[in-house]
Design a protein around this ligand. Structure first.
Ligand SMILES: Nc1ncnc2c1ncn2[C@@H]1O[C@H](COP(=O)(O)OP(=O)(O)OP(=O)(O)O)[C@@H](O)[C@H]1O
Length: 218
C-alpha cells in the first residue's frame, strides 16, 4: 500500500445517554482522495459520531483507526468543522487563512465576488459568510481528513455550487461530510451511509434512502 495514503475507519462504538443507546452498530471507512457522506435524521447521532472521532466525546467503547492503528484523542491528521462557529470573532479573515496556510489569491480566484471580506473581522460577517470562510479554510487545509458537520448550512446556492467542486478537487484529502441537503452530498459522494437507529447502512441511491424512510416515496 502507498504509505502516504491514509484510511480512516470507525467501528465498535457504543454510546449511551442515560438509558438511551444512541450509537451501537457503526462502520465507516473513509479513504484519502474520497468523499464519504453520513446522512440521518435530526438527533440520529451524526454530530456525536464526529465528536467521538475527534476525541471530544467519550463513548462506552470505540475503535477509531488510521491505517489500522488505533487513535484515542484528537489526531493532527484530522480536523473538524463543528456546527457552531469555531473561528474567534476578533480575527480578520486574512488571519484565519494564514492560520490554515491558505492563499488569499486562491480565495480571490475562487470567490471573486468576496475579495473585500478578506480584510474584515470574522464577527462582522453575515452568518452565511462566516460559514463559507470556515468551510473554505478546512477544505483547503493540509489535514489528511476533514470532518464537515453541515458545511452547506446558511450558504447561498451560488456559493454552494462553487464549494462542491472545490471539495472534489482536494484529491490529497479525505472528507467525512454530514448535511441534510442529501441531494448535494450524494452528488459529490464516493461512499454514503445512512445513520438510523444507532446503525450505519450503506447508501447507493435515493431509492435506498426511500426504502429506509429517510425521504418520502416519490
Ligand atoms: N451531552 C449530551 N447529553 C445527553 N444527550 C445528548 C448529549 N449530546 C447529544 N445528545 C443527544 O444525542 C442525540 C444526537 O445528537 P446529535 O447532535 O449527534 O444529532 P445529529 O444527528 O447531529 O442531529 P442534527 O441533524 O439535528 O444536527 C440528540 O437527541 C441529542 O439531544
Amino acid at each position: 500500500m502507498d504509505p502516504t495514503h491514509y484510511t480512516l475507519e470507525i467501528d465498535s462504538i457504543l454510546l449511551d445517554f442515560g438509558r438511551r443507546r444512541l450509537l451501537s452498530d457503526i462502520y465507516i471507512k473513509c479513504g484519502q482522495g474520497q468523499i464519504t457522506t453520513l446522512i440521518g435524521r435530526n438527533g440520529s447521532g451524526k454530530s456525536c459520531l464526529m465528536q467521538i472521532i475527534m476525541g471530544e466525546l467519550n463513548p462506552l467503547s470505540k475503535s477509531v483507526r488510521i491505517n489500522h492503528k488505533s487513535i484515542q484523542a484528537a489526531h493532527p491528521a484530522i480536523n473538524y468543522l463543528p456546527q457552531s462557529h469555531f473561528v474567534p470573532g476578533h480575527l480578520r479573515v486574512m488571519d484565519v487563512f494564514a492560520d490554515h496556510q491558505i492563499s488569499e489569491a486562491d480565495f480571490e480566484a475562487d470567490f471573486p465576488d468576496l475579495t473585500t471580506i478578506i480584510q474584515q473581522r470574522f464577527n462582522k460577517l453575515s452568518g452565511g459568510l462566516k460559514r463559507l470562510v470556515e468551510v473554505y479554510a478546512l477544505i483547503k487545509s493540509a489535514a489528511a481528513f476533514s470532518l464537515l458537520d453541515e458545511p452547506f448550512t446558511q450558504i447561498m446556492p451560488v456559493h454552494m455550487e462553487k464549494i462542491k467542486p472545490l471539495i472534489k478537487a482536494q484529491k490529497h484529502k479525505g472528507f467525512l461530510i454530514t448535511d441534510h441537503l442529501y441531494r448535494d452530498v450524494l452528488e459529490i459522494a464516493d461512499t454514503s451511509y445512512l445513520l438510523q437507529n444507532g446503525k450505519t447502512w450503506p447508501v447507493k441511491s435515493l431509492e435506498d434512502l426511500q426504502s429506509r424512510g429517510y425521504i418520502p416515496q416519490l
